[in-house]
Design a protein around this ligand. Structure first.
Ligand SMILES: NC(=O)c1ccc[n+]([C@@H]2O[C@H](COP(=O)([O-])OP(=O)(O)OC[C@H]3O[C@@H](n4cnc5c(N)ncnc54)[C@H](O)[C@@H]3O)[C@@H](O)[C@H]2O)c1
Length: 352
């Protein structure tokens, strides 16, 4: 098959491109490199992964056959989407429609990488797909949450036009190729532990999150591409951990003696986030397989092999904590402040 992956140079996109070329597909990766990196897919170029630098908020024209379009392009971490609010809205809306038009022109399967953030700060637990969510439309995260909700709506409208669409709602995912400074809880804890800096927890640390290892997630993305399921399907690891447990796990895997420090919980931070995955299990036969201890070990190994990037990220996290006005993040987000305002992974209060 020939598969177009938008956002293919990002964290999840690059793992998806890799899984596809390794099973024999050819891949066309479209990415504007706003939050992705070419080095994530450099090793795939000789395996049948073509890269074109393109902003998918502009019309997309692809010659030759296209069998599937996987639309992953979007800033995804809080520092990124707070820094790029209009771009995030544009890629979720215009970008999604352009990717859908491309699928329609080619009679291709279309997959939307949606997010657990469509549930906002959920009032039901665990979150089932028929829950409509609790999103603040003018809150700090609305540029991301509402863009994804629009993306789901426009995808559903194109399904009404006979496009073979599928929506996956992705929950917190972690693994190698996360950017050390992206402000998500797993990468932040690992950076702090490896650098001997205090691990920062926002709130009491009793809030829970569920973390899925990237290889499991990508297996689900590929299964969704191969199916005709409409979704929406939640995809993520339902095993809950408190944020404090996560910090302790990272400390034990890294062998670090970093202390744990506590900061106030940011605005709109959900206390629990856990996917109900019965639907995806039934529809795709998918379930997560990699235990968090093993996934974290692999991720720590990857970070430990990049000491310069880890040291730079540790400096930027330290800057965030020394800012007495960090709660301004909602209205005046510098990357450091945004670290405190959660997103897909709000594992830590508010941020990831
Ligand atoms: N990682 C997670 O835990 C998670 C959870 C839920 C949903 N998602 C979704 O999965 C997708 C990938 O997330 P990620 O974690 O890999 O993020 P990422 O930032 O690493 O990757 C996003 C990619 O999209 C590209 N991009 C952004 N705007 C673009 C545009 N206008 N045109 C072309 N390319 C553009 C970026 O350069 C980057 O390579 C996103 O849509 C995100 O919303 C991720």
């Amino acid at each position: 098959m020939r598969i177009v992956v938008t956002g293919g140079a990002g964290f999840l996109g690059s793992h998806l491109c890799e899984a596809l070329v390794r099973r024999g597909d050819t891949v066309l990766c479209l990415d504007d490199l706003s939050t992705g990196r070419l080095e994530n897919i450099e090793h795939l170029r000789h395996l049948g992964c073509e890269f074109v630098r393109a902003d998918v908020t502009r019309p997309i024209d692809v010659t030759g056959d296209v069998d599937a379009v996987a639309h992953l392009a979007s800033p995804a971490s809080p520092p990124d989407y707070l820094r790029l609010p209009l771009e995030t809205l544009a890629v979720g809306s215009r970008g999604t429609e352009n990717a859908l038009r491309l699928a329609r022109q080619h009679g291709a399967r279309f997959i939307l990488a949606s997010t657990s953030e469509v549930y906002g700060d959920p009032l039901v637990h665990p979150q089932q797909e028929d829950y409509w969510g609790n999103v603040n439309p003018i809150g700090p995260r609305s540029v991301y949450d509402e863009a994804k909700r629009f993306a789901e709506a426009v995808t559903t409208a194109y399904r009404g036009l006979s496009v073979n669409t599928g929506i996956l709602r992705i929950f917190n995912t972690y693994g190698p190729r996360m950017r050390p400074c992206d402000g998500r809880v797993v990468s932040s804890f690992i950076v702090q532990a490896l650098s001997g800096e205090p691990i920062t927890i926002y709130g009491s640390g009793d809030q829970t999150r569920s973390f899925c290892y990237v290889d499991d997630l990508v297996r689900g993305l590929v299964a969704m591409i191969d199916s005709t399921e409409a979704g929406p399907l939640n995809i993520g690891n339902p095993q809950e951990r408190t944020v404090r447990e996560l910090a302790e796990l990272v400390l034990s895997i890294t062998g670090s003696s970093s202390a744990i420090e506590y900061f106030p919980l940011p605005q709109d931070d959900p206390t629990r986030r856990q996917p109900a995955i019965a639907r995806v299990q039934g529809a795709l036969g998918w379930a997560p397989e990699v235990p968090i201890e093993e996934g974290l070990r692999r991720t720590v190994q990857w970070f430990a092999a990049r000491p310069d990037a880890v040291a730079a990220a540790a400096r930027s996290l330290r800057g965030a904590q020394s800012d007495p006005e960090r709660d301004r993040a909602a209205t005046d987000p510098s990357p450091a402040q945004a670290h405190l305002v959660s997103a897909d992974e709000r594992a830590v209060p508010s941020r990831a």
